[in-house]
Write a protein that binds this ligand. Structure first.
Ligand SMILES: Nc1ncnc2c1ncn2[C@@H]1O[C@H](COP(=O)(O)OP(=O)(O)OP(=O)(O)O)[C@@H](O)[C@H]1O
Length: 237
């Protein structure tokens, strides 16, 4: 089976007016099926930038990224979107749910985008809401849900199409300890049940150490370490 994501010599420079910022200088990482990886680093180190690149939501300045064996740099925007929708699920720190739609409609959205019939999409969305413990909140809008419930809906939406990998940008950063533990347990459950790979950005040291590998970004370079072993890729360049 293909690696889920492979990034080689990825660099990202943001240019604004005359200023350019080299956020990532050289990043190599491979995400394999069922991998669990935490991405950590100081504020502004480039964690979200890296996650967006791995998800194909942004393009690197140089280097290459493959998702499910497809070289994202060689695909059109529409083709990248199709690969992303098929293979990946993305969870933002702030749920990014559509306010005017119910929890059920939000979760069904990725399936409807993939032209699944409405009835079937709603059945699958309802089953996923049940899995995240929100079967009885299906008809509530985001404003009628708590922060933890909204984030669980966001996770349901990210995984309803059974992606091979979930990328999550501080998915518990905005929650209290109890809700954060619930949301994290849910992600771990998906990993254990379906072999879904997890790549998550976190500031939580304990959570990071519970993942299989931890990638630290320092000076634009990523150094990945097995949590119970020696480094698996070169340290900062
Ligand atoms: N679209 C953009 N244009 C210009 N600069 C950007 C852009 N996106 C991010 N940056 C800059 O890139 C750097 C890294 O940002 P990023 O959000 O990836 O950091 P982070 O490690 O996720 O930080 P935090 O932990 O605070 O969320 C920051 O200096 C940020 O200002």
């Amino acid at each position: 089976m293909n690696d889920v994501i492979r990034a080689e010599a990825v660099a990202k420079t943001f240019i604004e007016d005359v200023l350019s910022v080299d956020v990532l200088r050289r990043v190599d990482i491979v995400v394999r099926p069922a991998d669990t990886i935490a991405i950590v680093g100081a504020s502004g180190a480039g964690k979200s930038t890296l996650l967006h690149l791995l998800a194909g939501l942004d393009q690197p300045t140089s280097g290459r990224i493959w998702v499910d064996g497809q070289d994202m740099g060689r695909l059109s925007e529409a083709e990248r979107g199709r690969v992303r929708n098929r293979i990946l699920g993305f969870v933002y720190q702030f749920h990014h749910l559509l306010q005017e739609f119910t929890a059920l409609e939000n979760v069904a959205m990725p399936l409807l985008i993939r032209r699944e019939p409405v009835r079937r999409a709603h059945q699958r969305a309802q089953a996923m809401l049940k899995r995240v413990g929100l079967a009885d909140r299906a008809l509530h809008k985001p404003s009628e849900l708590s922060g933890g419930e909204r984030q669980r809906v966001a996770i349901a939406r990210a995984v309803v199409h059974e992606p091979r990998c979930v990328l999550a940008d501080e998915p518990t950063g905005n929650l209290d300890t109890r809700n954060a533990a619930d949301v994290f347990a849910l992600l771990r459950d998906l990993n254990a049940s379906f072999g879904t790979s997890l790549v998550l950005v976190t500031h939580d040291h304990e959570l990071a150490q519970s993942m299989g590998r931890v990638g630290v970004i320092v000076d634009g370079c990523l150094s990945v370490t097995e949590t119970d072993a020696l480094p698996t890729s070169p340290g900062p360049c």
